[in-house]
Design a protein around this ligand. Structure first.
Ligand SMILES: [Zn+2]
Length: 458
């Protein structure tokens, strides 16, 4: 025994950053993986969530239904305690009258596949009919200025960059057009906008997502058009065949309503006040079932609790699976969780989110200092059998990122990104879009990381 101890301390002296990890960890992770692959509930839970509570937009009846489903799933997973954490959420309703028609030469109308952007204003029952102008960038918009833009509908036709291999970078590059576009156009007197959907492929689905108005400017209605119809509209404009665009929707922003995060906890045996968080967001856009975004992350997080409990592993530190509310159009759930963390006297060590789809996992992104990064990545060989090779510093899920202010390390699962923006915020984000084994592999790697942090700390 003494010899082993001496040897161990010698190793520590020479390799101070090598974390305690052993063959036993590798076996524990193998056992967790086997259990998730053969007895896991992530896939059946995803089906239940998608089919019983699709379109879980904050404040909607289905969001409330999803809260009850998540609560039951966490109880069935074996969490020691399951509770709801209240937060107020925005309540936006889409209505049911979105349409956009091009009026082309001879008075003929060509209809486009459109949907309203989230949190957008409605056009009023009569709709809007105005000339449409295509703009390729904010720079071009500024150049055209009020003289040209006033009284028109601005068509932002900014495609996601095909040359960026990580599609989230392409999303980050294009998303300002969705979030800021309406107010940027309103500044020059535009009466509405129509946005080329943020999708990496050409398809017929309009993709929604949040837009934010600058309250000092008029709030103008905003639609997204499918990428195929963006091409069509651009062609008609190039051929000078369009006389006007008619757009109509009856969206409405109502007052805030009460909602909540759903939390399930496995209490730590040695350091119960050291908290490790793993989560996804329970709300989704209202056009589909929210399977990739983010039913996948929710059921993977619940699976972490279920698998540890199923194998009788008692974590040293407290593990919480959190189903966050309102990531999509306000991120109020993440804010409420961080507010509570700032004042509850616990120490928040680590928080991981899965909100990049249920695709094959490739890595983890961690927002932390260099020493902590080195400590965590010393575990990397334990993940290689399960497909995770990439460890990136910087970047975390929207809901867990606010925990950085209580000094928690925050991060996110990085699945393969190539197909995500085929489904993101669109009508085809359905249960069938998620592959069972890809989803489970994500859950395995999340469970392994949470297990290691709960055992050794950071
Ligand atoms: Zn999401």
């Amino acid at each position: 025994m003494k010899i082993v101890l001496l040897f161990f301390s010698a190793c520590c002296l020479f390799h101070p950053v090598v974390r305690a990890q052993s063959a036993a960890d590798s076996i524990s992770i193998r056992n967790l993986a086997n259990n998730i692959l053969t007895e896991g509930k992530a896939y059946s839970n995803l089906k239940l969530l998608c089919k019983d509570a699709p379109a879980r937009l904050s404040g909607s009846p289905n969001a409330a239904k999803a809260v009850e489903l998540a609560r039951k799933m966490l109880q069935d997973a074996g969490a020691d305690t399951v509770y709801l954490q209240p937060c107020m959420v925005p309540h936006w309703v889409r209505g049911n009258a979105e349409e956009a028609d091009l009026v082309i030469a001879g008075g003929k109308r060509v209809s486009l596949n459109v949907c309203a952007l989230g949190n957008s204003m409605g056009t009023g029952p009569g709709g809007i009919s105005a000339p449409v102008i295509e703009v390729r960038s904010f720079g071009e918009l500024d150049q055209l200025g009020r003289k040209v833009i006033k009284g028109k509908i601005v068509f932002f036709n900014y495609p996601m960059k095909q040359t960026l291999i990580n599609t989230f970078e392409a999303y980050g590059d294009a998303v300002p057009y969705r979030v800021l576009g309406p107010s940027r156009a309103a500044k020059y007197g535009a009466v509405g906008i129509i946005l080329r959907s943020l999708s990496t492929s050409l398809n017929d689905f309009p993709h929604t997502g949040i837009t934010r108005y600058d309250t000092t400017l008029p709030k103008i209605p905003a639609l997204a058009v499918s990428t195929n119809d963006a091409e069509k509209l651009s062609n008609y404009l190039r051929l000078k065949m369009v006389s006007r665009l008619f757009m109509k929707d009856n969206c409405q922003m109502l007052g805030d309503v009460p909602s909540c995060n759903v939390i399930g906890e496995l209490r730590g045996t040695e350091h119960p006040d050291e908290i490790i968080t793993v989560g996804g967001h329970l709300d989704s856009w209202d056009l589909a079932e929210g399977a990739q975004d983010d039913g996948a992350g929710v059921v993977q997080s619940i699976e972490v609790i279920r698998a540890l409990k199923a194998l009788g592993i008692k974590p040293h530190r407290t593990i919480r699976a959190v189903c966050f509310m309102n990531e999509e159009n306000g991120a109020r759930g993440g804010a409420a969780y961080a507010d509570s963390a700032a004042s509850d006297g616990n120490q928040y060590l680590f928080a991981l989110e899965s909100d990049n789809g249920g695709f094959t996992p490739r890595g983890f992104s961690l927002q932390c200092g260099p020493a902590q990064f080195q400590e965590i990545t010393a575990w990397r060989t334990l993940f290689e059998p399960y497909g995770v090779y990439l460890w990136r510093r910087g970047g975390a899920g929207t809901d867990v990122e606010p925990l950085a202010r209580v000094k928690s390390v925050v991060g996110e699962l990085l699945p393969d990104s190539q197909r995500y923006f085929d489904f993101h915020h669109a009508g085809n984000d359905l249960f069938d879009a998620v592959n069972r084994r890809e989803l489970l592999l994500g859950a395995i790697n999340m469970t392994a990381l949470i297990y290691l942090v709960s055992t050794y700390g950071i």
